[in-house]
Write a protein that binds this ligand. Structure first.
Ligand code: UN1
Length: 518
């Protein structure tokens, strides 16, 4: 453990930051390329969730730092938008290459600070790199279509323009990858980015900002990637209310997302929302149960159940339910829980004490509502914010199973007909990720059809989590409807313009309207 911290400290000091506790002018939370020292020194201590001990502290942004960051980002936009998109792509290429250099220490820092196992910490940095690569290609493909005009000697087409300053409010569970989903796209689209990361993961954000600064310096750029660390109720609130920020991309709870949506909409700003999920797998009686077992373990227990895409509900056809439940209940206790940076550990801690309290409160609700805890349920006797992964035999009337508890709790339901399973599956408020396990083409296609899953993501013989960046990521209903990362998500970061050009000598009106002045 000490070694790992030493290594990470070295990584930070190589970047020019002393990773220490206490108020230090080197540990700052606001940056435009230059770090901003606020007058008011409000400390934020980052805690290692694996032992509850402080790692280092930073000074949070105050109001003056906020102003400096937003005005710099707005100013930088006026010149960044003029840079041709493929040239912007070159800058993002360089960022991806720099992330390759720092993949290992940054991945370790992610694990240290928020508790996901190292393989997932490294995977998260890989997701950032993939996103940069994707954005580089995209920088030559920001296409708009052209349409045949109904009028002679007229031409119609659509083009996409940069939007402005994009606010990115990210969550602790993917502390750096979700920033990259937004930032890499926004940057090639010609926008500038202001990032308010989660207060549970400030150090990873500071590290990423240092990496951005190195790259930006090489290109003699300033104010494209900006950082603002501070509480949601001050920094976040200002950001969502700020008319200079035409788009806010928010990842977090449905409750906060509703507030972000309402606030941005009131000022005719835009929001991209990635909110709660209540993801499920339906297992048909013809499924390959070996595949199911592996998929369920990763989706339900991976990241300690703290992905938006984590598996929370499992619908089992009655005929195969007993044997699958038996195999799951046998497999769960063999999952090694412990320090996420240690080899062989599959599940680290939850992010903080409040998350543990939420897990325990959900267990109380489960017992009250008639759920049967088949395994887990407790809190291991060790330091840090650990809980046991839990399987619950649930029934459709359990209210608690309709909520997203950000913890490794899996609700298992039985069903008879596939239609009944789909109805139960779709009966919750959230609509992020979903999957079916079956060997039947008919069952799989029904699940993927409009009569099937109502989610933004629908998989066959793959778990609910671990999506690739190439697809658009997001969900329906109370998940907020936003789309980030791949496919045509980039359109959310630009403004569309429809252009009609008359190159003839007449002025015909559309729809055959005549308006002749004698
Ligand atoms: C999230 O939990 O907010 O599909 C994002 C996945 C990851 C992203 C999760 N690629 O599980």
């Amino acid at each position: 453990m000490t070694d790992v911290l030493g290594e990470i400290k070295k990584f930070f000091s190589d970047l020019g930051l002393q990773l220490e506790l206490g108020i230090k002018d080197s540990n700052l939370g606001a940056c435009t390329g230059e770090w901003i020292v606020p007058d008011e020194k409000k400390e934020l201590v980052s805690i290692n969730p694996a032992d509850g001990e402080p790692i280092a502290s930073i000074i949070q942004a105050d109001e003056a730092a906020y102003e400096k960051v937003i005005s710099t980002a707005a100013e930088a936009f006026t010149s960044w938008r003029i840079v041709p998109a493929p040239v912007r792509g070159e800058v993002v290429r360089d960022l991806g290459n720099e992330l390759r250099v720092f993949k290992d220490p940054l991945g370790r820092l992610v694990s240290l600070e928020m508790g996901k196992i190292l393989s997932e910490g490294l995977g998260e940095v890989q997701e950032m790199i993939d996103m940069c690569d994707f954005a580089v290609g995209l920088s030559r493909q920001l296409y708009g279509p052209n349409m045949p005009s109904e009028r002679p000697r007229h031409r119609m087409y659509e083009q996409w323009h940069p939007l402005g300053v994009v606010g990115v409010i990210s969550a602790f569970n993917f502390p750096v990858a979700v920033w990259a989903w937004n930032a890499a796209l926004a940057a090639v689209c010609g926008d500038t980015v202001v990032w308010k990361p989660s207060s549970d993961a400030p150090l990873t954000a500071v590290a990423v900002q240092h990496i951005c600064n190195r790259v930006m310096k090489r290109h003699d750029l300033h104010g494209i990637f900006n950082l603002l660390i501070g509480p949601g109720r001050s920094v976040g609130e200002r950001l969502i209310n700020d008319e200079r920020v035409p788009l806010v991309s928010f990842t977090g709870s449905t409750k906060m997302g509703r507030h972000v949506a309402e606030t941005t909409a009131r000022r005719f700003g835009r929001s991209i929302l990635e909110l709660g999920g209540n993801n499920a797998i339906i297992v048909a009686d013809d499924a390959d149960l070996d595949l199911v077992l592996r998929a369920v373990l990763f989706a339900a227990v991976g990241t300690a159940g703290q992905r938006c895409t984590s598996l929370r509900r499992l619908f089992l056809q009655k005929a195969i339910a007993p044997q699958l439940i038996e195999r799951l209940v046998k497999a769960y206790p063999s999952i090694t829980i412990g320090d996420p940076l240690e080899d062989g550990v599959l599940m680290g801690p939850l992010v903080n004490e409040r998350a543990v309290a939420d897990h325990l409160a959900a267990l109380d609700a489960i017992r009250e509502q008639g759920g049967e805890i088949l395994c887990g349920g407790g809190r291991p006797d060790r330091e840090g914010f650990f809980v046991e992964p839990t399987i619950v035999k649930a029934h459709p009337d359990m209210e608690i199973a309709r909520e997203e508890t950000f913890a490794p709790i899996l609700y298992v339901f039985e069903y008879e007909t596939f239609d009944e399973a789909v109805a139960m599956h779709n009966s919750v408020d959230q609509g992020l990720s979903s999957a079916v396990f079956t060997e039947s083409m008919r069952t799989a296609e029904q699940f993927l059809s409009h009569e099937g899953s109502d989610c933004g993501i629908a998989n066959v013989n793959i778990g609910t989590s671990g999506a690739e960046i190439g697809g658009a990521f997001g969900g329906e209903k109370h998940t907020g409807g936003g789309r980030e990362a791949g496919s045509d998500s980039w359109k959310g970061y630009m403004r569309r313009q429809t252009c009609t050009i008359n190159w003839g000598g007449e002025l015909p009106l559309a729809q055959g309207v005549k308006f002749e002045v004698e």
